[in-house]
Design a protein around this ligand. Structure first.
Ligand code: NAI
Length: 328
């Protein structure tokens, strides 16, 4: 067994936090031979609720859980941390303009980036879940100049998993039969779930579907708007599925993607596929030995090109907006 790994979770008392912490404690984040120490960050008003969750974590009697500490100060919460899950964010409320939303989140992700820069462990890996996730990741990264830029990632794994489930349903196969699906761009309604390179039991998925109308008018909007569908049905936003995707993202980053497959992660662009350098955009990636690489050389058809460009344009606009606010 390894020494305990420090995992910081922000927004720990929120609904994703509640679903996430127990799965981390059970060993599903890093692997069942890795003990974890949880460091929970909350705003002062929610510390008591986080303490309640910590009592339940204790009652879970998880053999791998080496401790739980609760903070309302970012500097302390990220001290020595190896994995940071940035879940807490400022949601858009009624009448809020996009600029206000970005500014409010700047007030959260700037100090958290600074705290990661100041005190996190050398091998720190950051996953931003809190929305707007890609741009929040960009803000945190901008304030952590001593941390390698590629350690800041944002979550499109929930979109990836949603797309797997929809495609599996359409073809009457198991999600396990599908490989090489990709989410491109922003974690937003402009995201592009791409099945043109996906394989279903070894055959091309787009050919197996052979239904452009379904692709354009059912699959893509269903995946992109799944969050709204969940809110409508559940009366609350996706929580357990979001937590599950966060587990998958970090698990694969740390432990690697399976041979012959890839996953989707929003990561700082190196200019691949015409995505401007530095934007935190979703790409097809493989992971190995604790790092990731963009899958290169995929042929992008005109349909995909237009969809990718539209989502990437939205990311450029968000970057421009936070630049104007002096946040990056
Ligand atoms: P929630 O409102 O239940 O919980 C958020 C928690 O964050 C609250 O407990 C709040 O006190 C805390 N918080 C706020 N500011 C904080 C700060 N500065 N430091 C530490 N904690 C802070 O929200 P929920 O449902 O857990 O969702 C969290 C975020 O995840 C939202 O921004 C949501 O939009 C996003 N999300 C992202 C998904 C993705 O696929 N990338 C999927 C689903 C949700």
């Amino acid at each position: 067994t390894h020494a305990p790994v420090n995992v910081t979770v922000t927004g720990a008392a929120g609904q994703i936090g509640y679903a996430l912490l127990f799965r981390i404690a059970s060993g599903q984040l890093l692997g069942t031979d890795t003990p974890v120490k949880l460091r929970l960050l909350e705003i002062p008003q929610a510390v008591k609720a986080a303490e309640g969750t910590a009592l339940e974590l204790q009652d879970g009697a998880f053999p791998l859980l080496a401790g739980v500490d609760i903070f309302d100060d970012a500097k302390q919460a990220f001290e020595g941390t190896n994995v940071a899950l940035l879940v807490g964010a400022r949601p858009r409320t009624k009448g809020m303009e996009r600029g206000d939303l970005l500014e409010a989140n700047g007030g959260i992700f700037k100090p958290q980036g600074e705290a990661i820069n100041a005190g996190a462990a050398d091998d720190i890996k950051v996953l931003v879940v809190g929305n707007p996730a890609n741009t929040n990741a960009l803000i945190a990264q901008a304030h952590a100049p001593d941390v390698p830029a590629e350690r800041f990632t944002a979550m499109t794994r929930l979109d990836h998993n949603r797309a797997l489930a929809q495609l599996a349903g359409k073809l009457g196969v198991s999600v396990a039969d599908i490989k090489k699906l990709t989410i491109w761009g922003n974690h937003s309604a402009t995201q592009y779930p791409d099945i043109f390179h996906a394989e279903v039991n070894g055959k091309n998925a787009a050919e197996a579907v052979n239904d452009q109308n379904w692709l354009e008018n059912e699959f893509i909007p269903r995946v992109a708007k799944r969050g709204a569908e969940i809110i409508e049905a559940r009366g609350a936003s996706s929580a357990a599925s979001a937590a599950s995707a966060a587990i998958d993202h970090v698990h694969d980053w740390v432990n690697g993607t399976p041979a012959g497959d890839w996953t989707s992660m929003a990561i700082p662009s190196d200019g691949s596929y015409g995505v401007p350098e530095g934007l935190i955009a979703s790409f097809p990636v493989t992971c190995s030995g604790g790092s990731y690489e963009i899958v290169q050389g995929l042929e992008i058809n005109d349909f995909s090109r237009a969809k990718i460009d539209a989502s990437v344009q939205e990311l450029s606009d968000e970057r421009e907006a936070v630049r104007k606010l002096g946040l990056v």
